[in-house]
Ligand binder design. Structure first.
Ligand SMILES: Nc1ncnc2c1ncn2[C@@H]1O[C@H](COP(=O)(O)OP(=O)(O)OP(=O)(O)O)[C@@H](O)[C@H]1O
Ligand SMILES: O=C([O-])CC(=O)C(=O)O
Ligand SMILES: [Ca+2]
Ligand SMILES: [Mn+2]
Length: 662
């Protein structure tokens, strides 16, 4: 290997095969990089994206209506500029595409600069007229439908509290609010809304007038336009393509953009090409508070919906769930007008095509129980039931993460990877391993991931008419049976009641489990009177022969503090028995007070837990607690007693009689 030269030993790195000429030393044997400068090298690294609009055979048919990529981008910017326009000023805003931090970068490549357009715009700055304000001098950069990788970089560079966890998820903080703010959700009460929507006691719709909405809208728009850049997502809701809604989300944080990227349906390039004007627009200025001097504002948070304008404004909360559930509210208005029932439910399908719906309030198990390794996941939280079957409204799932374990919820665990947003979790600062038991930031820690991260997701997320309708209640009193079979009237009674013991955290300000009634298992999201949805559900269940079930995923062996939450594996066995049809043919007995039909045996579940009285050591306390809960049900239902459900007065009577009797 070494040869003697001038008496010194020379080390050769090429095994002596290659001769060095002129004594020049080469660092490497491979071909040199094809760049003269570092900038050029960097410009080589990124290939220009294929245009979002595939150029359709332009040469072959010169008269085709296909737009050039440039023209399409111009129209897109014009549409976004229209979205962001002030309602009081004639000019502005000036929007340009791209990341302000990457100005001029593309020049080295010699390719046509994607910023050419923006240099052109800046040209106007040289000759401003005296009357323009400072705000009309600036440009707002639009980061349009960025990819998860791009959004990661934006979050990590610019948003404090954003980190990559050991599994690749993006951990972030939602700020001071770690749950929704239902007391700050307002809906514009114009003439039509006054007629159509549910107002008054029990309604989630707190009124505001059009003028106040516009004041808040202007505040949000001005805030967004004052920024260097905003994120814009154009996406869809509802996998039923005939009833699909186009939504645009304008936000200030990469966190919000990635969250909605995951939660809404992601358009294909072709679909984006013909996106046009959105059906609904969200202005998320969550970092900026509302003005307490503004009429109706009772805090610095306001989430405002204007159905006529098809707009939502968010001020004073960065909790991303507001966007998800705000749009759900809009669907609860739009869909019933088309005879389609919108549902706060999870949904999955067996290999035989049997569909189950899982209703329940926050934390009762919709996501956990619809994510089932033996079944196809249609969706975890928001669905539509139309004449052609069920469809998921969303393109992603939003799982609670507190105490998440790989063993108990493997599919959710594995979905927490690159692309997933992890809200408000605590992790090791070095290893970046998440500690799912840590509640330091909040109990309502969450993961938002695209539905295809669940291996057995059913894509497209649609299915036939449901066979089983499972009502989940997390009963902190520990007196409801783990499972009961319901007749139609009972199903309606419990659907309208919407009982659970709210699990801490999802709604801002609630710290401990407490009994809650929320009509249709989602009173916070419905827009019409609960009986409207109930009538539709009764009609559909009857028409398609679905069976109702009440499943208690809450306490057994005593109330909260004494007993324990029913073990998840037992609940899964119960759900399996519903899916398989085993429970349809089981032996039943009827409980006192609630009059519920409970099975005496289920494969894999200890029989003694099926009747809760067996699990309580203090039988007197059981009876007392049972009557207490029954009393709460009765009192809650009083407000519904005067309403007729559907066209049939007899169903109303039956439903009233289907409640507790004591
Ligand atoms: N027996 C049980 N059945 C179902 N879930 C259980 C049970 N025991 C504990 N849990 C836990 O309860 C939580 C249920 O939360 P899940 O995310 O499914 O709520 P959700 O109904 O989807 O609510 P949201 O509408 O807020 O998303 C999970 O953290 C799950 O691990
Ligand atoms: O909306 C949220 O924040 C979480 C959720 O799914 C619910 O509360 O039903
Ligand atoms: Ca959920
Ligand atoms: Mn939900």
């Amino acid at each position: 290997m070494a040869s003697a030269q001038n008496g010194l030993t020379r080390i050769e790195t090429h095994g002596g095969k290659k001769k060095h000429e002129n004594g020049v030393c080469h660092d490497d044997s491979s071909a040199p990089v094809r760049a003269q400068t570092i900038d050029e090298l960097h410009s080589l690294q990124r290939k220009r994206s294929a245009p979002t609009t595939p150029i359709k055979d332009g040469a072959a048919s010169p008269f085709a209506a296909a737009l050039s990529e440039e023209e399409r981008q111009r129209q897109q910017l014009q549409s976004i500029s229209a979205s962001l326009a002030s309602l009081t000023r004639e000019t502005g805003p000036k929007v340009v595409r791209g990341d302000p931090a990457r100005k001029g970068e593309a020049a080295a490549k010699g390719a046509p600069s994607p910023h050419a357009q923006h240099h052109h715009h800046h040209h106007h700055l040289v000759t401003p007229t005296i009357s323009v304000s400072d705000s009309s001098l600036k440009f707002t950069h639009v980061l349009y439908n960025l990819s998860p990788a791009e959004l990661y970089e934006q979050a990590i560079k610019y948003e404090k509290g954003s980190f990559i966890t050991s599994s690749g998820a993006l951990a972030t903080l939602s700020g001071a609010k770690t749950g929704r703010s239902p007391r700050d959700k307002r809906v514009v009460k114009d003439e039509a809304a006054a007629q159509e929507l549910w107002w008054g006691k029990g309604s989630p719709n707190i009124e505001m007038d059009e003028h106040t909405f516009l004041t808040n809208r202007e505040r949000a728009v001005d805030y967004l336009n004052s920024l260097d850049k905003v994120f814009v997502n154009d996406q869809f809701l509802n996998w039923d393509t005939e009833n699909r809604i186009k939504v645009r989300i304008i936000s200030a944080r990469a966190y919000h953009s990635l969250f909605m990227h995951n939660m809404c349906i992601r358009p294909t390039e072709e679909e984006l090409e013909s996106f046009g004007t959105p059906d609904f627009t969200i202005y998320n200025a969550g970092q900026f508070p509302c003005n307490r001097y503004t009429h109706y504002m009772t805090s610095s948070t306001s989430v405002d919906i204007n159905l006529a304008r098809r707009e939502m404004v968010i001020l004073g909360t960065q909790y991303a769930g507001e966007m998800k559930k705000g749009l759900f509210g809009v669907m609860h208005y739009l869909m019933p007008r088309r005879g389609i029932l919108s549902l706060h439910s999870g949904c999955n399908m067996g290999k035989q095509g049997d569909v189950a719906l899982f209703f329940g309030l926050s934390g009762t198990g919709k996501t956990t129980l619809s994510t089932d390794h033996n079944r196809l996941l249609i969706g975890d939280d928001e669905h539509c039931w139309s004449d052609s079957g069920v469809s998921n409204i969303e393109g992603g799932c939003y799982a609670k993460c507190i105490d998440l374990s790989r063993e108990k919820e493997p599919d959710i665990w594995n979905a927490i990877k690159f692309g997933t947003v992890l809200e408000n979790v605590v992790f090791d600062e070095h290893t970046r391993e998440v500690d799912y038991t840590d509640k330091s930031v909040t109990e309502n820690t969450r993961a938002a991931y695209p539905i295809e991260y669940i291996p057995n997701a059913k894509i497209p997320c649609v299915g036939p008419h449901p066979t089983n309708v499972i009502l989940l209640a997390c009963d902190a009193f520990g007196v409801l049976p783990p499972v009961s079979k319901l007749n139609l009237a009972q199903t309606m009674y419990h659907f309208i009641s919407g009982y659970t013991a709210l699990v801490a955290g999802t709604e801002d300000g609630i710290k401990e489990p407490q009994a809650t009634f929320s009509a249709c298992f989602g009173a916070a999201f419905i827009m019409l009177h609960p009986t409207k949805y109930a009538a539709m559900l009764a009609e559909k269940m009857q028409k398609y022969g679905a069976t109702g079930w009440l499943v208690n995923t809450g306490w057994s062996g005593g109330r909260y503090g004494v007993g324990k939450r029913i073990k998840l594996p037992y609940t899964r066995k119960i759900i399996d028995a519903i899916h398989s049809g085993e429970l349809l043919t089981a032996n039943y007995k009827k409980t006192e007070v609630f009059g519920l039909e409970i099975p005496t045996e289920i494969d894999g579940v200890p029989s003694e837990i099926l009747d809760p009285i067996n699990t309580w050591t203090d039988k007197g306390a059981y009876k007392e607690t049972l009557l207490k809960l029954a009393g709460l049900f009765k009192k809650n239902f009083e407000v519904f007693a005067n309403y007729k459900i559907g066209g049939d007065g007899s169903l109303t009577e039956e439903i009233l009689a289907a409640g507790p009797n004591f």
